[in-house]
Design a protein around this ligand. Structure first.
Ligand code: HEM
Length: 137
C-alpha cells in the first residue's frame, strides 16, 4: 500500500478490530490483519485502536523482531495538527546517554570524597606527629 500522510482525526476513524490503525512514533500502522496474531493479545491493540500507541508499545519493551513486524504494517506518516495529543514517550535512546552521564558524575563524586578524606587523614597524622615532637622536646 502506498504511504500516505494522515491526520490524527483520519487515524481515529480506524478504531475497530477489522479496521485498526495505531500511531507509534508519528508513523501509522495498519494492525487489522495482525491483531489476531499479536503475541500480546488482541485486547491491548483494541485499547489503543485509532490512537497514539507509542507509550503502550515502548512500555512493553518489544523486541527487534517486533519492530521489524511493525515496519511491515506501516501505511503512512502522521500529519500533526496544532492541538493533537502529543506522544508521551521520548524516542528510544534519548534517555540513556543522560543516565550514563549521571552515573559517571556519581563516580567522580565518590572519587573526590575518597581523595579529600585521605588528605584530611594525612594532615591530622602530620599534626599529631608535630604535637608529639613538641611534647617530647
Ligand atoms: C502495533 C504494533 C505491535 C506489534 C507489531 C507488536 C508485536 C509484538 C510481538 C512480535 C510480540 C512478541 C514479543 C516480542 O517480540 O517483543 C509482542 C508481545 C507483546 N505485546 Fe505487542 N506489538 C504491537 C503493539 C502492542 C501494543 C500497542 C501493546 C500495548 C500494551 C502491546 C503489548 C504486548 C504485550 C503485553 C506483549 C507480551 C506478551 C507476552 O510476553 O506474553 N503490543 N508484541
Amino acid at each position: 500500500m502506498a504511504s500516505q500522510d494522515l491526520t490524527y482525526q483520519d487515524v481515529a476513524e480506524h478504531n475497530t478490530k477489522k479496521d485498526l490503525y495505531v500511531v507509534i512514533h508519528d508513523k501509522i500502522f495498519d494492525c487489522s490483519k495482525f491483531v489476531d496474531e499479536h503475541p500480546g493479545g488482541e485486547e491491548v491493540l483494541l485499547d489503543v485502536a485509532g490512537q497514539d500507541a507509542t507509550e503502550a508499545f515502548e512500555d512493553v519493551g518489544h523486541s527487534d523482531e517486533a519492530r521489524e513486524t511493525l515496519e511491515q504494517l506501516k501505511v503512512g506518516t502522521l500529519k500533526r495538527n496544532p492541538g493533537d495529543p502529543k506522544p508521551k514517550t521520548p524516542a528510544p535512546g534519548a534517555v540513556s546517554p543522560q543516565a550514563n552521564n549521571e552515573s559517571a558524575g556519581l563516580g567522580v563524586g565518590l572519587y573526590a570524597v575518597v581523595l579529600i578524606g585521605g588528605l584530611v587523614a594525612y594532615a591530622a597524622y602530620q599534626y599529631l606527629q608535630q604535637q608529639q615532637a613538641v611534647q617530647g622536646a
